[in-house]
Design a protein around this ligand. Structure first.
Ligand SMILES: *Cc1c(COP(=O)(O)O)cnc(C)c1O
Length: 427
């Protein structure tokens, strides 16, 4: 079984908590950069390769700027995500706007920024033209429906998914967009999510290369860019293995040679929109054990809750837990590790074998770097935590401060002493 390691020790965390109390999210810069370089290297054979980091995974401009330094762009699907990308210095066609059910003002902002617009439906050609105008470069999201077997729990089966155009619509959409003035074209899909089998990605690439050939044969339209979406999984469980990126890169290269290059359809820009695998394994939720209780089961209550990481409660996902300083001890206790929400599914782990946990122990929840802080919410008046960046020299940089009650009440305009922040903040 692979050991799941933490890039800091108890003494370092105790030092950090003198300035930044738990709970907090902390991201390992070196881990993120090394992984980013590995992904790029796997596709270095391509005439052009771009990873548009899916901003929703970890929408923090410091991390986006770090990824931009590694050559990444941004995959955005809302106004806020567009602004975050812009704040990080990512602009123009380094932005892929893969949105759905999009309001006109968001298309307008994306077009103003020069982003590549990736339309989710054939009817959006008219909507975009009417409200904003057809840009020179346009992409469409393909949903293969029952033409592609498989699918998985998070994204469901393609024919059940709300996204994209059918095959028939794809073949109509490009000539329609061309008639409205588009001259450059992209093709996008996203059919798998959190997938660990490398063959699925090669299969997706082949399906897309095949479709690019068919679009050219039937409409005469040449594709400039293909986007395989995201979906590379994270080995959340110790016994799981990360996706072999070199294998995927090599498989896609061979398919490219055969299906694109040999058919005169090169050069084709290869792009992806991975989010989860870029930051997920390199982020940790660090919490403190506040309480222990023994009733019909044994519980450890943390100062973090599902407002800091909702994946276990939402999907029943496994997130590995390390009790800092007790890494070498036997896992001879069984706990439900919980948060403080008045929601019985507010549990980070159920029936987990761990070393004995005492009050005050530092509990680290692994693989929280994607869809962790990002999915935060304020139910029960819980405040979102700080985000920290662990630098390669082991110094720590605050990249988002923790929310305060004043932040939480900022949208309320209710007269009365109870919400008078000046009295609350003195406490
Ligand atoms: C969520 C999403 C991604 C990123 O998916 P990961 O599983 O994080 O790699 C990419 N593109 C679109 C359109 C998405 O919705």
């Amino acid at each position: 079984m692979a050991e799941k390691k933490v890039p800091f020790n108890l003494a370092q965390v105790q030092e950090i908590t003198r300035t930044y109390p738990t709970p907090f999210h902390i991201y390992d810069e070196e881990g993120i950069r090394t992984n980013a370089r590995r992904l790029k290297a796997a596709f270095s054979w391509a005439p052009e390769f771009k990873e548009y980091f899916a901003v929703k995974a970890t929408p923090n401009p410091y991390l986006l700027a770090l990824l931009k330094e590694e050559g990444f762009g941004a995959d955005c699907s809302s106004l806020a995500e567009l602004y975050l990308a812009q704040a990080a210095g990512i602009g123009g066609e380094e932005i892929m706007f893969s949105s759905n059910a999009t309001p006109a003002n968001e298309y307008q902002a994306a077009v103003d920024m020069g982003a590549v617009i990736n339309l989710d439906d054939i009817s959006h050609i008219e909507y975009l033209t009417e409200h904003v105008g057809m840009p020179e470069m346009i992409s469409f999201r393909y949903n293969p429906g029952p033409l592609m077997a498989g699918g998985n729990d998070i994204i469901g089966y393609p024919e059940e998914a709300k996204y994209g155009l059918t095959k028939e619509q794809i073949l109509q959409a490009y000539p329609m967009a061309k008639a409205k003035g588009a001259t450059r074209f992209g093709l996008h899909t996203m059919v798998i999510s959190n997938e660990l089998s490398p063959d699925g990605f090669v299969t997706t690439a082949k399906m897309m290369f095949d479709l690019i050939g068919e679009i050219y044969e039937k409409t005469g339209i040449r594709m400039e860019l293909v986007d395989f979406g995201g979906g590379i999984g994270v080995p959340y469980r110790p016994e799981q293995e990360a996706v072999d990126l070199e294998y995927v890169g090599e498989g896609v290269r061979r398919a490219y040679e055969e299906m694109i290059f040999a058919k005169g359809l090169a050069p084709l820009k290869i792009t992806m929109e991975c989010g989860r695998m870029i930051t997920g394994p390199y982020g940790y939720l660090v919490a403190t054990a506040l309480h222990k209780k023994e009733i019909y089961k044994n519980y450890v209550g943390l100062d973090a809750c599902m407002a800091n990481l909702m994946r276990p409660a939402l999907y029943g996902s496994y997130h590995h837990i390390t009790v800092l300083g007790k890494e070498g001890l036997p896992c001879d206790h069984v706990y439900d590790v919980t948060g403080s929400l008045c929601e019985n599914n507010d549990k980070f782990a159920v029936d987990r074998e761990l070393p004995e946990i005492n009050r005050g122990d530092v509990v680290v929840i692994h693989d929280a770097g994607a869809h962790g802080h990002a999915m935060g919410f304020n139910y029960n008046g819980k405040l979102r935590s700080a985000e920290l960046l662990l630098r390669p020299d082991h110094s720590v940089k605050l990249i988002r401060r923790a929310e305060t009650l004043a932040d939480h009440f900022a949208t309320l305009d209710f007269p009365g002493a109870a919400l008078d922040m000046s009295s609350i903040l003195k406490k």
